[in-house]
Ligand binder design. Structure first.
Ligand code: SF4
Length: 182
């Protein structure tokens, strides 16, 4: 639902296991961002360094795959608190680059780098680093996703078109073509 006070759409963006290229593509909408900011209130984003995912989000764009327990918890939270969840980019849609580690011995790598390697004073990696999931997963493997926007990264014009359609739709009715993986 649009924000009660200003009637703007409450938009969030989330960065899970990705390279930030999808967020860079979002920023590459350039002057269209000026039009967008008239329509939306950015309530959570790495671009603004928010700390807690808020309640009552209308649309959330999620970059990246789900690779560790922090990602999983955030994905579940954003699903509960958002009307429309968009998997933004191939990492969120398929796992893509982060999922390459699914063929590797992740536990062995962690052991070699952190436990057997040179220790940094005061750093306990097992406590500081979020626990890896056994496999990197695309977003729809852990929560229901409403819209899939593939690409590595999706082109700025594609993001612009999708976000524009979502925030201008009276009830967020999605074109069939945008739900092809749903
Ligand atoms: Fe980076 Fe491509 Fe993944 Fe986006 S889809 S986070 S650009 S690797």
């Amino acid at each position: 639902m649009p924000g009660v006070k200003d009637q703007k759409i409450r938009l969030a963006t989330v960065w899970l296991s990705g390279c930030s290229g999808c967020h860079m593509s979002f920023l590459d909408m350039d002057e269209h961002l000026l039009e967008l900011q008239k329509l939306v209130h950015l309530v959570f984003s790495p671009l603004a360094d928010h700390k807690c995912f808020p309640e009552g989000v209308d649309v959330v764009l999620v970059e990246g795959a789900v690779a560790n327990t922090e990602h999983l918890a955030l994905a579940q939270t954003l699903r509960r608190r958002s009307r429309v969840v968009v998997a933004l980019g191939d990492c969120a849609v398929t796992g893509n680059v982060p999922a390459l580690r699914n063929r590797l011995d992740s536990e062995g790598l962690l052991q070699a780098v952190y436990a057997d390697g040179e220790r940094l004073p005061g750093l306990d990696p097992r406590r500081e680093v979020p626990q890896l999931l056994s496999s990197v997963l695309p977003l729809h493997r852990v929560i229901p996703v409403d819209v899939f926007l593939p690409g590595c990264p999706p082109a700025p014009r594609s993001i612009q078109a999708a976000v524009g359609a979502l925030i201008q739709g009276e009830s967020f009715v999605l074109p069939e073509s945008m739900r092809r993986f749903g």
